[in-house]
Write a protein of this length. Structure first.
Length: 258
């Protein structure tokens, strides 16, 4: 947890209602967005020279989905934020490969501030038996809020990992089009690189094989338990297929080439 956020009581995947009044959190984000809040978490993947010569600051916040509508109402963003999704079971498998991943299950942590959204689903959250189930449930909890929000696809861009993998040029061009900007040429040079968080170095040469990797990571019984969690939250964007469902009302931009 980032020290400045922990100090004001912000928890993991902190929910913040759209109309919340939280001055300390607003102050922290104001410093973050202006480049005045620099620490090892924010600067971990960038060198000092890159900060000094950068034209813009791009902030990636993995656990801010339950804050996004509040952030949009609180700050006048020049460009739409990006909401990115990936199949929840693939997310659980990816998380399980990291050294910080806990091998034992435990109680689902409830936030100190604004716990009401979590309490609506308390029964299933407290019934989870494995860390992987925890990650699938956490995905459902945080993404459901945005996927069903009236501002979905209106106030933020929606990018699906699967589309980005199969049609990177078209997917990224769509984002820059939404921003009213020309896409820099050098971005396309990075399309075939694995993420820095891919610690196994097993980014598959076949993009379709990369998408299906999670199906080899769990047996059918385990996948069935994950699917039951997804069904509880009524997630229809993803199912037993590796791709987002084309008929889902929550689907973001759909590349023509897919």
């Amino acid at each position: 947890m980032i020290p400045g956020l922990k100090a004001i009581g912000v928890g993991w995947d902190q929910p913040v209602p759209d109309d919340a009044d939280w001055p300390e959190l607003e102050e922290w984000f104001a410093k973050c967005f202006s480049g005045a809040e620099l620490n090892e978490f924010i600067c971990g993947y960038s060198r000092l020279r890159e900060f000094l010569y950068a034209e813009r600051l791009l902030v990636k916040f993995v656990r801010a989905k339950l804050m996004l509508p509040w952030l949009i109402r609180t700050f006048a963003f020049r460009h739409k934020p990006i909401m990115m999704t990936r199949h929840p079971i693939a997310v659980a498998l990816s998380a399980s490969k990291h050294k910080w991943f806990k091998k034992e299950g435990g109680a689902f942590p409830m936030p100190e501030h604004y716990p009401g959204y979590y309490l609506e689903h308390e029964d299933i959250l407290q019934s989870l038996e494995t860390p992987e189930e925890y990650f699938v449930a956490r995905w459902c909890l945080t993404n459901k809020y945005l996927l069903e929000h009236p501002d979905h696809r209106q106030k933020w861009c929606v990018l699906h990992y699967e589309h980005l993998l199969l049609a990177p040029q078209e997917s990224v061009e769509h984002i820059f089009s939404e921003w009213g900007m020309a896409m820099p040429d050098r971005i396309s040079e990075r399309f075939d690189r694995a993420s820095r968080t891919n610690i196994e170095g097993d980014f598959r040469s076949s993009r379709l094989e990369q998408l299906d990797k999670w199906k080899d990571g769990y047996d059918q019984q385990t996948i069935g338990r994950f699917r039951r969690i997804m069904d509880h939250f009524e997630i229809d964007l993803y199912d037993g297929s590796s791709m987002p469902r084309r008929d889902s009302a929550a689907l973001g931009h759909m590349p023509v080439s897919i």
